[in-house]
Design a protein around this ligand. Structure first.
Ligand code: NAP
Length: 300
């Protein structure tokens, strides 16, 4: 965890939560990764390598992958980019993933999702060697995480949320914590991580009867529903820590799942959108890559 320091430096006014600075926490993680890369190279002669696979020409996905590769370069991680046209037959994508599984210079394989129509994302994710599953989406890693195993590869966004909670100094052991959303990418792994940190977890979704009442009982609320301003001030108990994973493009611009202006008057600490969870995802991808490289060199 990044330590309990990276909330905005000014003391919050009464009735105004501390804003958890995701950019600062992410920068600290990236610096930590840089140091690990230097040590791996010096002590074991290993250069961590990440393969990125992008099928098709979706502009958003192209930007995401480019940012990830730039972050790798900055951290001293080699990246090997494999753009494929759409349509690409499943057999060709599978053959590429098999080759990357066998490539000793590649420690992590990132298959950018979503895949174009006609390709089965779940099947392709399962094709990736779990030891190189840098996004932590292979069912083996998801299962290990659900079992509380320490050697699971943890998906990047939930791992980033845990770093932010650490940076905010949130007390998790025994604390009532609510996760809103149950996707395999965010909500489910996050609930497992919070449980692993001894929080008392309540997991909510679109069928939850009284979301407001459940949230009001929580000391930690993590919103990952993809619904703009789902969490409002009347749903948050005074002193709660609120993490907003939501990234919603609306006419008013980028919006989270939390009504930031209202909730910050009640909460103890809160993440903004943008500048909260978003910057953490790439930072944790770098962290996972280095972790997998170190494990490979240990013969694990
Ligand atoms: P998802 O797969 O669409 O899952 C959304 C979850 O929210 C589902 O479990 C759904 O319940 C639940 N939900 C929807 N409406 C709800 C409501 N009114 N009340 C309670 N629960 C509700 O989305 P995701 O991939 O987990 O992503 C969630 C959000 O996080 C999105 O805005 C996404 O853009 C953002 N995100 C951000 C990052 C980042 O790096 N910052 C990374 C990943 C995702 P059901 O299961 O019942 O349908």
């Amino acid at each position: 965890m990044a330590g309990g320091t990276r909330v905005s430096s000014a003391a919050p006014a009464a009735g105004s939560a501390e804003v958890i600075d995701g950019r600062a926490v992410a920068a600290a993680v990236r610096e930590r990764v840089r140091r690990k890369v230097t040590a791996l190279r010096a002590e074991r002669g290993i250069e961590p390598g990440l393969a990125t696979v992008l099928v098709g020409d979706d502009p958003g996905s192209e930007i995401y992958v480019r940012r990830k590769r730039e972050a790798c370069a900055e951290a001293g991680i080699r990246s090997f980019h494999h753009p494929l046209p759409a349509p690409t037959p499943a057999i060709e994508l599978a053959a590429l993933l098999d080759a990357l599984n066998d490539d000793r210079a590649v420690h992590g394989i990132l298959l950018q999702l979503p895949l174009p129509a006609g390709l089965d994302a779940a099947a392709m994710t399962r094709r990736i060697d779990p030891a190189k599953d840098v996004d932590g989406l292979h069912p083996l890693n998801a299962g290990l995480l659900a079992q509380g195993a320490v050697d699971a590869v943890v998906p990047c966004t939930p791992a980033g949320v845990m770093e932010l909670l650490g940076a905010a100094g949130a007390e998790l052991a025994g604390a009532p914590a609510v996760v809103i959303g149950r996707s395999t990418l965010v909500g489910r792994p996050l609930a497992s991580l919070l449980l692993g940190a001894d929080a008392t977890v309540t997991h909510c979704h679109s069928r939850t009867r009284d979301l407001a009442a459940v949230c009001r009982d929580a000391e930690v609320v993590v919103a990952a529903a993809g619904v703009p301003r789902l969490v409002t001030a009347d749903m948050v108990s005074p002193g709660a820590t609120v993490i907003d994973v939501g990234t919603n493009r609306t006419d008013a611009g980028l919006t989270g799942d939390v009504d930031f202006d209202g909730v910050r008057r009640v909460a103890r600490a809160i993440t903004p959108v943008p500048g909260g969870v978003g910057p953490m995802t790439i930072a944790m991808l770098l962290d996972n890559t280095v972790r997998l490289a170190r494990r490979a060199s240990n013969g694990e």
